[in-house]
Design a protein around this ligand. Structure first.
Ligand code: ADP
Ligand code: MG
Length: 263
């Protein structure tokens, strides 16, 4: 483990981990999607959750933000039980879980990020609108603010959801496969945006398929296949041996179904 990672984990005054999962088991019907999962993601990292299809990556994020009830185990956000710390997390679901035909504009989606702090009943105040405009500008979507979300490209849709997360002003961001269905250039620009958000002191947790980009751009990785395979700084957690255990000989899986072999 690197000194920087150790600094983040321990020492007097060190921040609590952004996300800590202890012995988490979760299931939908009978078979568990997550089994006895332990994981720790230090605060201030750009962290990836990696694993094959059906590994439980989305389930893990949903358990962390209280969308599903685990069978056993605990989720801590910044050292507090997740249910008490949900205002500290901004969550961007996988794109197929969003109804893109819902008649809502880009600005209205980003405004949703403010309602948690403003309250559902109250109207947004001037300061809330300022947050919304700043978030739109940050992701370079100001000129699209009046568009319906259904009229956007895949990359633009991700930008809007990142803006909603930014408007929420939460220190921990969780994004489920934000790069799926976007081209390589858009992926690079979204990655740049997420790295920039991390530099503002936030923790950015991303479910991602591409081991290469995780190695080159991320600090930390949780390698998951129903169980925890590895969790730590990328150079240690994504060892060939751990990848073999997670993928059964496959190093990674692209969104287009291509697989990359290792070893
Ligand atoms: P990943 O995001 O890693 O692809 P998921 O967390 O979506 O994996 O799914 C983990 C397992 O749980 C899979 O076997 C999947 O089929 C199952 N699963 C996911 N969502 C549901 C659901 N709503 N109902 C029943 N089974 C589900
Ligand atoms: Mg998923």
């Amino acid at each position: 483990m690197s000194d920087a990672a150790l600094d983040r984990l321990g020492g007097v005054g060190a921040a609590a981990p952004a996300l800590e999962i202890r012995r988490l088991t979760a299931s939908y019907s009978s078979s568990p999607a997550l089994w006895d999962v332990d994981a720790l993601i230090p605060s201030g990292t750009l962290a990836a959750i990696v694993g094959p299809n059906g590994a439980g990556k989305s389930t893990l994020l949903k358990a962390a933000v209280g969308l599903i009830q685990p069978d056993a185990g605990h989720v801590l956000i910044e050292g507090r039980p997740a249910r008490e710390a949900l205002d500290r997390v901004a969550y961007v679901p996988q794109r197929d879980e969003v109804d893109w035909d819902f008649p809502v504009t880009v600005r209205e989606v980003v405004e949703m990020g403010r309602y948690r702090s403003a309250g559902w009943i109250s109207r947004l105040r001037k300061a809330d609108h300022l947050h919304v405009e700043q978030a739109l500008a940050k992701v370079r979507m100001t000129s699209f603010a009046g568009r319906q979300i259904g009229e956007l490209s895949g990359g633009q849709r991700q930008r809007v959801f990142i803006a909603r997360a930014l408007a929420q002003d939460a220190p921990v961001m969780m994004l489920d496969e934000p790069f799926s269905g976007v081209d390589v250039r858009t992926e690079a620009s979204l990655l740049g945006l997420l790295s920039e958000i991390r530099r503002t002191g936030r923790t950015v947790i991303v479910v991602h398929h591409d081991i290469g980009t995780v190695r080159s751009h991320f600090d930390w990785a949780l390698l998951l296949n129903v169980r925890t395979i590895a969790c730590g700084p990328v150079q240690e957690s994504l060892s060939p041996e751990a990848l073999r255990r997670a993928y059964g000989g496959l190093a990674g899986e692209e969104g287009n179904g291509e697989v990359v072999w290792i070893g």
